[in-house]
Ligand binder design. Sequence first.
Ligand code: LMR
Length: 394
Amino acid sequence: MLENLQPQPADKILALMTAFKEDPRDAKIDLGVGVYKDATGLTPIMRSVKEAEKRLWQVEETKSYTGLVGDVGFHHAMRDLILADTVAAENFAAAATPGGTGAIRQGLELIQMASPEATVWLSNPTWPNHPSIIKYLGINVSEYRYFDPESRAVDFNGMLTDLSNAKPGDVVLLHGCCHNPTGANLNASQWQEVADLLIAKNLIPFVDIAYQGFGDGLEADAYGVRHLAKTQPELLIGASCSKNFGVYRERVGILMTIAQDASRTKLNQSSLAFLNRQNFSFPPDHGARLVTMILTDSALRTDWQSELEDVRLGMLNLRQQLASTLQKRTGSDRFGFLADHRGMFSRLGATPDQVDKMRESHGIYMIGDSRMNIAGLNEASIPILADAIVEAGV
Ligand code: LMR
């Protein structure tokens, strides 16, 4: 039987991780997978997470199962973090999931259960695992323009034009902040226009928010999703704690639904539980519990927020340094977009050949579409990257 298996396409982000590990050069620079690294190249465990782990170790009395949708305290803490007071508690349902990918997968399956004919609209470009999971599930998919390769900003007219072709009941997958892979984001008035279009065309938003706190700050980064929560009759949200709590391997994610009215919430909640049961039964709990402890303890929360803010400002500083080094090297402002982008990534706009050249000549690893993880840089590697960009003729 198993001899019938066919090789599956490699995920380009994970393939690059392996290629980087296998490169014997000492001076290589990893701008690939979206994992935060400090100036020494380490992905640290946050102080607040360590402290919560210590406390949990003291007080945890059982490893027995939680509920099928995880711990309700986690749902509420995440609802407050992402949505603040924008939704009525009785319209809200949620399930903990194994990471943000788990939330996206469960959300797509929920869409498929509820509306098998719906098309899911993805930004072009988007995180490669979005189309990959959609194709695997056999869901209809379309793309909307998102990124202007010339200006490296959002192609907002293209986005609105393409979404106006969606049929009523279609789903629009939106990045809540820190767009992956481009780093180009909607501003507040653009979010408002998108929200109006969704209402006018009867489209359902599904927001993937995996980098809250990495862009303009915890509150500012939630502007779009909160605006949708206030304005849309229905909303799905897939969130990840991997990055903003640095708990990647603990797999902490959540899928949320906001219903039109309270009468639908029970069915939403039981459907989320059903889906978890079919796919993995009980979601992981350890990381979710740490997150809940941090969000609900004022001292831990204050410490976490200040650590997260340091991470955010560090990345912003690296962006500015890279943009100004390139400005000096080229005598032009054409790389100014690097300082305007937000989050962990920027799409540089290099061709695949130029990306290969930078890898071969300088050991710089970025994704083939020229997505760079800004957190992979430090003061020493910025001039090397700037030289490589200029030499490659980007
Ligand atoms: C990324 O985009 O690099 C991260 O979200 C990691 C992943 O799973 O792809």
